[in-house]
Design a protein around this ligand. Sequence first.
Ligand code: ADP
Length: 449
Amino acid sequence: MFEKILIANRGEIALRIHRACRELGIQTVAVHSTADADAMHVRLADESVCIGPPAPRQSYLNIPAILSAATITGVDAIHPGVGFLAENADFAEMVQEHGFTWIGPEPEHIRVMGDKIAAKRKVIELGLPTVPGSDGPVGPDDDVAALAASLGYPVLVKAAGGGGGKGMKVAHGPEDLDQALSLARSEAKAFFGNDMVYLEKFLGKPRHIELQILGDGQGGVIHLGERDCSLQRRHQKLLEEAPSPALNAEERAAIGARALEAMRTLGYRSAGTLEFLYEDGHFYFIEMNTRLQVEHPVSEWITGIDLVREQIRIAAGGRLGFGQEDVRFQGHAIEVRINAEHPETFVPSPGRISDYHAPGGPGVRVDSHLYQGYRIPPTYDSLVSKLIVYGATRNECLMRLRRALEEYVIGGIETTIPLHRKLIQAPDFLNGDYDIHWLERFVAGDRAA
Ligand code: ADP
């Protein structure tokens, strides 16, 4: 096992990784920008190294500074967390070339899944269902109109290098196609420096359902069930739950078995997530994230498996030591993302935390780096807390979420807590009756009211 791990991230996820290390008796090294000198994970870590100014390019994305910090402090391994360098295959390779262990998947798997067209081809080869669409990029010589007609409108034009919902345009009929193509191409060029686009059938009312995978790269692979992440605003998840209110046990077992087969063939190591759209009983793969996910705690709670601990054990050469038949799903868990943002306009609200009281009691977990007096810097992601609740049933979980949201006090800044308090009263949500477009309509309706 490792003696010392460097955590190449910040915020709540850095704290989450620190906690797993502590429980394994492993020392931690925090790296931080000048804006994060007072951060909770920096205070708790055994050692800390300032790696640069606030701008991510100069600190959390500064590979030479991070590798130097690792060398100076003599760590055995590096955990990249979520975001920043977590899905940078070149960084993963450099970590290994410098003699450290990379706590994550094979760089080659990060690379293939990071390219949307390559990823889609790969999973088709591995036998997973994908959204019907073009076989690879569509170019000027292709008869795109014929292809779109054969898929059936509406169709979605997507950027090959896309991410964060950018470079995606819907064509509702043949008359929209040229415009959708040129808009998607120019957005793709502007954001990703690559104007390659491809075509997919646009699904009208899907749910976003993803499967948590854990592999040891030595033949052992399990899944920890699904998470329903359909409650999104601008393709950003705001609430996640497990299990999905839309799936039954047979559907779960069926997609789980196909995913395990695919991941075993790939020889996948570490934690990963297969993201699907789900509509009318069918699953369609959209992408794979080759890293830990923000919403991992809901899967941890319904299975009792600590994903970060397992990532570390596996990176140290350990085997899973148990199979799918040993994974027991129990109860229901919901995570709400609390962002430092105005609950109606979503304008970021950095600043000093004047009061802080986190909820507690049975079935409540708070993953947050906040404390009274902490100043949230304006430079980074606005996620400041994850409130995760557990109940024996979905109903118990919902009641618990309601009372935990009542208890939560974050003073001095605006947060999305009031939005979640409204959400928890909405009949559609309470009934589990929502798709990926539902939250946008809910937010818009709320503002109009
Ligand atoms: P990104 O990498 O930009 O996040 P994804 O392919 O993961 O792009 O898609 C992001 C979101 O866009 C999905 O969660 C879903 O809400 C929507 N989306 C993607 N593909 C389709 C599709 N074929 N039909 C309908 N919605 C889609």
